[in-house]
Every structure is written in structure tokens, then in C-alpha cells.
Design a binder for this molecule. Structure first.
Ligand SMILES: Nc1ncnc2c1ncn2[C@@H]1O[C@H](COP(=O)(O)OP(=O)(O)O)[C@@H](O)[C@H]1O
Ligand SMILES: [Mg+2]
Length: 341
């Protein structure tokens, strides 16, 4: 049997008292899609950051096709054929698609080879259905297209192993299909892929094998994800069966928060247009949407971080006037932000 494309042996990494990874072993073969599954905080990103050279492990070793390697930086990782698409993209928004691809790649005689770049971009587009307009600035791309560009960038730099950290979190369901067919196509051509997720249906649909992390340790290995039940995988991931919480009855009272025709300008990210909603005492209001479609702006307005350009907001019947975090807190609103650190 040929040596695996990538092998991690006994990797441990702690941050102070937190053991983010403890004696983790995993390997990926050529042509294989490996799922890395675990709840939030299980250590998935840390493990991949070790593989990509962002952190030095406290213990353990990494082998590429059977040879031990030292990976101290993303440049080392790329030289070893490892590419990573992070949860937050690393793109230059004002530069074009092609410019983003060519940054840092010296062409013949040190000049950037634009024609060669265009040819390669078209080739990758044909091979895997990852088409992009080379001249568009990144700021004009949808989130899904930016992700496509990150994948193409890794292929451009010669990645033979591609790591994707929760790539579907930012995609609409229809875009997920496109991503999966591109990943299958890359694997069919011999690339190794590590797909990080905590969504069991995705892991079962896409991956050939998966490794489950919990509290930094491997708690399960699944050799046939497609024929393993979600509840079995959930047990490996959480340590117990998942019982969906029962929804109690609700007899809502008066509105505690109202938004009336709130609009914002496009500032950083998506603008809000004419958003109205209310939350009544005793009820839980869900807001559904794919990341990048205004949730952040909405949270910023509600928590007083950003003032809207138009519209009104009331908390417990009182009109919010200044939109400062101090004002909304004084009116009784608390916020838990999406980033925990
Ligand atoms: N740079 C860091 N500094 C301190 N603690 C960290 C850092 N990165 C991750 N952690 C902690 O390590 C644990 C694993 O985190 P992470 O690898 O991000 O998990 P996952 O990607 O599975 O959600 C968590 O407890 C997290 O808070
Ligand atoms: Mg993570």
C-alpha cells in the first residue's frame, strides 16, 4: 500500500489549560475525502491550523507521503502541497480574481505571468466547474464565489491536499451541491480533501471516511459514513444520544423589541433594507438566513453598535435614540456575539 498523502501522528496542542488537541492521529490518502467532525470547540480548527503551519504542535509529527516534515508557516504547508480554505477568507477585496490568484507567485524572470494565469484559471474552471470571471474585483463576488476563489487559489499553488474549514456554513443549500460536485471531481483526480463540519447529513453525503473529535480527542472513526446513521455519529460527537429539545407552549405578552422599517447603508457587509420585526415577551424568535445576508448588520443595529439610516427601534416600549451599546443595555437588552473570543 502506498504511504498516505498526509499523516498526523500523536498531535497535541494546548492553549494554557485548554487541551485543544490530545494525541490525535489521522491520515488522508490520495483521492480520499476525509470528514473531520466535532461540536464547536472540539479542536477541529486547531488541528488543521497545526497542519497548515499556524501553530507548532506541543507533541506529534506530520508526514507527507511517508516522509516526516516540519511545517512552521503557511509557506511551508503550501510547499508540502497542503492548501487551506479558512472559515474567514484571506482575499484582497479591491484586487481582481486574477490578481488575487497571482499575488506572491513569481512568473518567468520574476514577472507575473498573466497569460499563464488566465489559461490555468480556465483549465481549473473546466475541470471542476469552478468558473470565475478573472477581471471582477473580489468585492463584487458573492460569498460562494469568494469561496470558489479560495479553492482555486489553493489549486493554483499546487495543493495536493485541500483543507476546508466548515465551508458550507456560508453557503445556501443550492450552492452546497456545487461545492460538493467540485470536491468530488478533485478527489476523483487524486487530490486528498479534509472536510470539516458538524453537519451530519453533509458528512454522510460527501465523505469516504471520517474522524470524530470531542474535547480535543478522537472519539470515533467511521469507515462508511454513508451507511452509518446520524444518531450513531451524533453519539460519537457528543457522547450521548441527541434528543431534540421539546418546544413548550407559549402565550406571548407585549412586544419587548420592535424594529420598524430599519435600513442601513452598505458599510461592511450587507445592508439592511426596510426590516421590520417584533419579539414579544415569552417567545423565541428565529432569524433564518445564510451567513453574509445581513445578520451581522441586524445584530449590530439591535445591540446599538451601529445606528440605522432609517427606521425606528423600541426596547420595552421605549424608543432607542442614540444607538449606543450603553443605551440598549440600559433599556434591558443583552447580547451574546457570534465570535466567542
Ligand atoms: N488561539 C487560541 N487561544 C486560546 N484558546 C484557543 C485558541 N484557539 C482555540 N482555542 C480553544 O481550543 C479549543 C478548540 O477550539 P477550535 O479548534 O477552534 O475548535 P473547533 O474548530 O472544533 O470549533 C476551544 O476550547 C477553543 O476555545
Ligand atoms: Mg472551527
Amino acid at each position: 500500500m502506498p504511504a498516505p498523502l498526509i499523516e498526523m501522528r500523536g498531535i497535541s496542542k494546548s492553549f494554557g489549560a485548554v487541551m485543544a488537541n490530545e494525541a490525535v492521529d489521522l491520515s488522508v490518502a490520495q483521492g480520499e475525502i476525509l470528514g473531520l467532525l466535532g461540536e464547536n470547540g472540539a479542536g477541529k480548527t486547531t488541528l488543521m491550523n497545526v497542519l497548515f503551519g499556524a501553530y507548532a504542535p506541543d507533541a506529534g509529527e506530520i508526514l507527507v507521503q511517508g516522509r516526516p516534515v516540519t511545517i512552521n508557516s503557511s509557506a511551508d504547508a503550501l510547499a508540502a502541497g497542503i492548501g487551506m480554505v479558512h472559515q474567514h477568507f484571506h482575499l484582497a477585496p479591491r484586487l481582481s480574481v486574477l490578481e488575487n490568484l497571482l499575488i506572491g507567485i513569481p512568473g518567468k524572470s520574476g514577472r507575473i505571468d498573466r497569460a499563464g494565469g488566465l489559461t490555468r484559471l480556465a483549465e481549473i474552471g473546466r475541470q471542476h466547474g469552478l468558473t470565475l470571471d478573472p477581471d471582477l474585483p473580489v468585492s463584487a463576488l458573492s460569498i460562494g464565489e469568494q469561496q470558489r476563489l479560495e479553492i482555486v487559489k489553493a489549486l493554483f499553488r499546487g495543493a495536493r491536499l485541500l483543507i476546508l474549514d466548515e465551508p458550507t456554513a456560508v453557503l445556501a443549500p443550492t450552492e452546497v451541491d456545487g461545492l460538493f460536485s467540485a470536491l468530488r471531481s478533485m478527489a476523483a483526480q487524486g487530490l486528498g480533501i479534509i472536510f470539516i463540519s458538524h453537519k451530519l447529513n453533509e458528512v454522510r453525503a460527501l465523505t469516504h471516511r471520517c474522524v470524530v473529535l470531542r474535547h480535543g480527542r478522537v472519539t470515533g472513526r467511521v469507515d462508511a459514513p454513508a451507511s452509518t446513521t446520524s444518531s450513531e455519529m451524533a453519539r460519537l460527537m457528543c457522547g450521548h444520544e441527541i434528543v431534540p429539545p421539546a418546544r413548550g407552549p407559549s402565550t406571548p405578552g407585549a412586544a419587548v423589541l420592535t424594529l420598524d422599517a430599519i435600513s442601513t447603508s452598505r458599510h461592511s457587509g450587507m445592508a439592511l433594507r426596510d426590516v421590520s420585526l417584533s419579539v414579544r415577551a415569552g417567545e423565541i424568535l428565529g432569524i433564518a438566513g445564510v451567513s453574509g445576508n445581513g445578520q451581522r448588520a441586524l445584530a449590530e443595529v439591535i445591540s446599538g453598535v451601529r445606528a440605522p439610516d432609517a427606521g425606528r427601534m423600541t426596547i420595552a416600549g421605549k424608543s432607542v435614540s442614540r444607538f449606543s451599546p450603553r443605551e440598549v443595555q440600559a433599556l434591558g437588552l443583552g447580547r451574546i456575539p457570534e465570535d466567542r473570543m
